[in-house]
Design a protein around this ligand. Structure first.
Ligand code: NDP
Length: 351
């Protein structure tokens, strides 16, 4: 039996975001009634228009700040399942609290609201991240759902504002996911819903959310765009980036996590595998995509990498990861199609 089935009513937080807009899309395609939370009316109106073919099955509510206590209290009433994706993702926080507070209070806040006011909620799916899984280690190492990143929160305790940006974000994701599992444990026996976390690698793929220009897209796509639209130094191309995954697979993982009964109480890494930007250049060049830097072919031959094992999501949630070539081409084409002026920007072949 499915944990949740269409046409159930689901609440999706941060619906205006890169991943969340795709989560809403897939949920609508599966026949759900979707209520998306957004921070402003204009962001909601954009989504209303994007999902107009689904008529009354999509609507939005405005939740300006997930940090504020009880903001979800009214919005979980009558809801069957919740997908909580809202959380800040960027690398420009001065104080780590800018990331940690919304991540942790947003997560515990929505769980408390469901506990209080959401008697129909059967399942909650939280967008965590591999940021809550991975830690600095010798390569090659294969990370699985058993791993927890305690390194970043410890570093933040020691270094505070001076900690590297990446660890401020990683700490926010670890602390938020940890708080969610602790909440479940503390309320065991009195709670009517179960919890699933999806822990994606670096997410790429076509964008459908609102943005005025490529650099205003979310962090992972902005960085992809920077690497593809401007030649990079050799070192930046050979370095093993994080692993990556397609946003369409991540969105499907969220919806499957609602439906697959045995997913309850589990974490799922969503990851296709490691990458280098040189590999992406090579793929685009082989596919004859114009106006892409050549880089330094072969520079990543000896790149050492870690693996984020996304096979459990294949086995349990039935994911079939998108081919790397499709992700890379579709990511770039989606940006070039949405922002036609970017096609005309000259790209020199090397730095
Ligand atoms: P986006 O920045 O596109 O989406 C984040 C969403 O959260 C936005 O809708 C944003 O609203 C909302 N949000 C942030 N802070 C608040 C707040 N204080 N109150 C209300 N809403 C808030 O990023 P992504 O789509 O990339 O990320 C979505 C989720 O996926 C996050 O939890 C992120 O940690 C996780 N993730 C992302 C990965 C990636 O590579 N992209 C990888 C792994 C996990 P607004 O834009 O209006 O501020």
């Amino acid at each position: 039996m499915s944990a949740v089935e269409a046409p159930a009513k689901i609440l999706v937080t941060g619906a205006s975001g890169f991943i969340s807009a795709h989560v809403c899309r897939v949920a609508l395609e599966h026949g759900y009634h979707v209520i998306g939370t957004v921070r402003s009316k204009s962001k909601g109106d954009y989504l209303d228009n994007l999902f107009r073919e689904y008529g009354a099955r999509f609507r939005y509510v405005v939740v300006e700040d997930i940090v504020k206590p009880s903001v979800f209290d009214d919005h979980v009433k009558g809801i069957d399942a919740v997908l909580h994706t809202a959380s800040p993702f960027h690398f420009r926080a001065n104080d780590p609290k800018e990331l940690i507070d919304p991540a942790v209070h947003g997560t515990t806040g929505i769980l408390k609201s469901i506990f209080k006011n959401g008697p129909n909620v059967k399942r909650v799916v939280i967008t965590s991240s591999v940021a809550a899984v991975i830690f600095p280690t010798e390569s090659p190492y294969t990370f699985t759902e058993k791993d927890w990143n305690t390194y970043s929160p410890d570093l933040i305790k020691k270094e505070g504002k001076n900690a590297p940006q990446g660890h401020k974000y990683q700490a926010s994701k670890t602390l938020a996911e940890h708080a969610a599992w602790e909440f479940m444990k503390a309320n065991e026996g009195n709670i009517k819903f179960d919890l699933v976390t999806i822990n994606p690698s670096w997410v790429l793929g076509p964008t459908i959310h609102q943005a005025k220009e490529p650099k205003a897209l979310n962090e992972s796509i902005r960085q992809f765009w920077e690497h593809i639209s401007r030649p990079q130094p050799k070192e930046a191309l050979a370095v093993s980036g994080p692993n990556f995954v397609d946003v369409r697979d991540v969105a499907l993982a969220h919806v499957r996590a609602l439906e697959v009964s045995e997913a309850g109480g589990q974490r799922f890494i969503a990851s296709k595998g490691p990458f280098t930007y040189q590999q992406f250049y090579d793929i685009l060049r082989d596919a004859r995509v114009p106006n892409v830097p050549e880089g330094y072919p072969g520079c990543d031959k000896n790149t050492k990498t870690n693996y984020q094992d996304g096979s459990k999501a294949e086995r349990v949630l039935g994911l079939k990861y998108t081919h790397t070539k499709d992700t890379v081409i579709d990511t770039l084409m989606s940006i070039r199609t949405r922002f036609p002026h970017t096609n005309r920007q000259p790209v020199h072949s090397q730095l």
